[in-house]
Design a protein around this ligand. Structure first.
Ligand code: PLP
Length: 393
């Protein structure tokens, strides 16, 4: 469209304050090249298991094409409550404590909008998923990054959180297993954070979308820790564990008043999550676990291959314990993380994401997703080896 208005000047300051995602830029370049191996996307390479797809097809055949309850179909909320009762021994009431959303993305946005007043601060351990800071800003809050250290396997400690606490801090927003590092928090780490949250009366938003993708030990739901359920808003979804990114389905669980407030926004902004996706999610929880476990076992095989590969290439990297990302340190190559990603893409046609896209303390690292077939990972490692031989600065 040709325009004469100065539309830029009409845009809301909070929107202007948010930079575009550093992830997409590289996809756009990669999309125009041939023969690219992408370790860039945080998306399973599997298709959603057939039983889940079939339940949607069947639902459509039966004419399920309407809106649902704003909070989501009661059967889905019951399945979610059952899952948390059986797997994590934490009790959520399907009627009052659960909201079904359009992915964890929507749940995160609703949560921050429901909780924050202008200027309220949110502690966000970094490196972190790109939406955490952006959604905080868009909700009128102030994102306060708390750097996690590679030497501590990117786990966060109360001392690091305390160093960024002010009288305006209201919320702690954590995401483990972590995107982009693959870090997890052991029980003792989480207990220490829980104690900190209680001592400073913080609400904890815990994004556990990668919980099922935990390769060492068991995932621990933050709300299952003693005393934490009422101050935790737990977010989870189907995108990663069930290879359902395109379905757009997730959920939030927490105190009834918070869920009611989020439902109010959801009701006006979204109305409800798509009925097709909700029916598929019910099937995922009823009969999808064995397929999910197979995919997780495959990610685990890939995790070993990629970790060994980077270690052999001499790029220091922490062994990821969850999610499907690895975060090698490329600072020894002489390139910045942005230069490394750009040069590697141009010369060897391998796409990955500069670590600084996930926060300042990600600088000097790159994020590689291993939600990619084994042979492609092997080929990408060979190309990276080539790059290091021929293009080292
Ligand atoms: N949270 C984390 C940590 C993610 O990595 C992603 C997607 O990459 C999301 C949330 C978004 O998930 P959804 O597809 O459920 O909106």
């Amino acid at each position: 469209m040709k325009t004469t208005m100065d539309m830029e000047s009409r845009l809301a300051p909070a929107v202007k304050a948010v930079p575009p995602s550093g992830i997409r830029k590289f996809f756009d370049i990669a999309a125009q090249m041939e023969d690219v191996i992408s370790l860039g996307v945080g998306e399973p390479d599997f298709v959603t298991p057939w039983t889940i797809r079939e339940s949607c097809v069947y639902g459509l055949e039966q004419g399920y094409t309407s809106y649902t309850a704003n909070r989501g179909m009661p059967e889905l909320r019951e399945e979610i409550a059952r899952l948390y009762r059986e797997k994590y021994e934490v009790d959520y009431d399907a009627k009052t404590d659960i909201l079904v959303t359009v992915g964890v993305s929507e749940a995160l946005d609703l949560a921050l909008r429901a909780l924050l007043s202008p200027g309220d601060e949110v502690l966000i351990p970094e490196p972190c998923y790109v939406s955490y800071k952006a959604c905080t800003t868009l909700a009128g809050g102030v994102a306060v990054p708390v750097p996690a250290r590679a030497e501590n396997e990117f786990r966060i400690t109360p001392a690091e959180l305390a160093a960024h606490l002010t009288e305006k801090t209201r919320v702690l927003l954590i995401g483990y297993p972590n995107n982009p590092t693959g870090a997890i928090m052991e029980r003792e780490d989480l207990l220490a954070v829980a104690k900190f949250a209680e001592a400073h009366d913080l609400i904890v938003i815990s994004d556990e979308i990668y919980g099922d993708l935990t390769y060492q030990g068991e995932h621990i739901a933050f709300s299952s820790l003693p005393g934490m359920q009422e101050r935790t808003l737990l977010l989870n979804g189907f995108s990663k564990a069930y290879a359902m990114t395109g379905w757009r389905i997730g959920y939030a669980m927490g105190a009834p008043a918070l869920i009611a407030a989020m439902t109010k926004i959801h009701q006006y902004a979204m109305l409800c999550a798509p009925i097709t996706a909700q029916m598929a999610a019910i099937e995922a929880l009823r009969r999808g676990e064995k397929y999910m476990k197979k995919m997780v076992a495959e990610y685990d095989r890939r995790r070993h291959l990629i970790y060994d590969g980077f270690t052999k290439l001499g790029l220091p990297c922490f062994e990821p314990k969850g999610a499907f990302y690895i975060f090698p340190d490329i600072s020894g190559t002489g390139y910045t993380d942005e230069e490394f990603a750009e040069e590697l893409l141009k010369t060897e046609h391998v796409a990955l994401v500069p670590g600084s896209a996930f926060g300042e303390c990600g600088r000097g690292h790159v994020r590689c997703s291993y939600a990619t077939a084994l042979d492609k990972i092997a080929e990408a490692l060979a190309r990276i080896e080539n790059f290091l031989k021929n293009h080292r600065k």
